[in-house]
Design a binder for this molecule. Sequence first.
Ligand SMILES: [Zn+2]
Length: 229
Amino acid sequence: MATPPPPHPGPYGSWSAPQPAYGPPACRLCGAWPAVEATVRGHQGMVVLMRFLSLRGPFCRDCGLATHRRMSSDTLWQGWWGPLSLFITPVTVLVNLGPRAAFRRLGPPTGGFRPALDPGRPLRRRPAALLLLAPVLLVLLGIPALIAIGLLSGDEKPLTLSPGQCVLNAGTLKDQQLVVTDCGSPRAEYRVDALLEGERPCLPGAYLAAPEYGPGGYGLSCLTPLRQD
Ligand SMILES: [Zn+2]
């Protein structure tokens, strides 16, 4: 008797179907073909931290479209919350149009060991599509707000991070307030890793701290979570 396939991994699962030894690639999520090699991307921005997400194929048509729509719409909800993220979010959504076109060129999936994911509604018919207007709103509402904050807050010196330090977030996820703490403390949440040189990315799962936390108020640093949650 054949062993049953493992539980469905969903668009963000790390599990991947075994690839055939010969011939064309099979979908990593359902094992069907035709499938195409492609990477679908996502972005989570927060006021200070941000995270880059990606899921590599191969994907069949339906699993690919499902993954594209889910990651793009999640990006539209979660992507905007930071000064750099404001630019990265629309770029991520645009870059995902490449894999989307590749998935749409494929025929219907056949021969999988489980049904392909349901692609669901197209991105433009999901509520998240309205969030493409977020930058426009932000400019309209944000500039007066920034001026008001600037007038009220004076010149408070921001925290500067250096590698090897540990920090905790004394604020909320959306409104962060990083505080340097002892690395042995049970309250320590992130370790500050080597500052980025050029384009070297942070380790998977790590956050990128905004430039104002870098030495001298510029430069980027990675915040690696000390615990898996
Ligand atoms: Zn599939």
